[in-house]
Design a protein around this ligand. Structure first.
Ligand code: PEP
Length: 259
């Protein structure tokens, strides 16, 4: 079985004070019980140092830092952007890419997301590439077509199979993000299965079997277990519920107990 993975996407929330409370609550629980789950916290860039200092450590080797994006450029005159080498200075291991909010609000297209994923993998970090259909696309039966196109762009951009072992896919139906409307376990499993089939059709069987595919979209403690028990769902990308350390821990516990 692939290792469970749960990712907290804090989006543009948090402050030094709020984060300290969150960290205190998170660390007050027995994190050792979650050692078979990789847990990734993705704050906004200014808080990376705070989390690096207070959360990472030898006894928490299953806890990682992530960011919500990264520049596609290595360095130079790109005002406002943050590079891969900069986030590496803060022990970042994971990078969320192609979140639907960035695709919609920052006009990121498949090509840019694929280029970023390629750069992140070449730099030895793990991209978490988000794929997902809008409500209109689902209602006009375009879900599989959209997911296939978004995933294929990433697979096409990476030539060497070696780099792909770091890839993580997050299936996040746009209509389920922040709306309280999660995909049912069956709906999510159906899309995850087709993602796995696409990976298998392009990559070696071993590599395709090892890439983790997680689900995101209104995951809460009351629906996490059923979602995570699906055979092709390896964990979750959590937005709203990750802002509460207690709720987030309950979701991590569900991932740890997945069957
Ligand atoms: C997300 O932003 O990636 C997300 C899944 O948000 P939420 O859990 O709030 O739906």
């Amino acid at each position: 079985m692939r290792r469970s993975l749960v990712v907290a996407n804090w989006k543009m929330h948090g402050s030094l004070n709020d984060n300290n409370h969150w960290i205190k609550n998170f660390k007050s629980s027995d994190l050792k019980q979650l050692t078979n789950t990789d847990i990734v916290i993705c704050p906004s860039y200014p808080y990376l140092a705070q989390l690096q200092q207070s959360l990472l450590g030898q006894q928490n080797s299953h806890i990682f830092l992530g960011t919500q994006d990264v520049s596609s450029f290595a360095n130079g005159a790109y005002t406002g952007q943050v590079s891969l080498s900069m986030i590496k200075d803060f022990s970042v291991n994971y990078v969320i890419l192609g979140h639907s909010e960035r695709r919609a609000l920052c006009f990121e297209d498949d090509k840019l997301v694929a280029d970023k994923a390629k750069a992140v993998m070449a730099g030895g970090l793990n991209p978490i590439v988000c794929l997902g259909e809008t409500l209109e696309e689902r209602e006009t039966n375009k879900t599989h077509q959209v997911i296939k196109r978004q995933l294929q762009a990433v697979l096409d951009s990476v030539k060497s199979e070696d780099n792909l072992s770091n890839l993580v896919i997050a299936y996040e139906p746009v209509w389920a993000i922040g709306t309280g409307l999660n995909a049912t376990a069956e709906q999510a499993q159906e899309v995850h299965r087709t993602i796995r089939e696409q990976l298998t059709s392009v990559l070696s069987a071993e590599l395709a079997a090892n890439i983790r595919v997680i689900y995101g979209g209104s995951v809460k403690p009351n629906n996490a277990q059923e979602l995570f028990n699906q055979p092709d769902i390896d964990g979750g990308l959590i937005g709203g519920a990750s802002l509460d350390a207690g709720l987030f821990l309950e979701i991590c516990t569900a991932a740890t107990g997945r069957k």
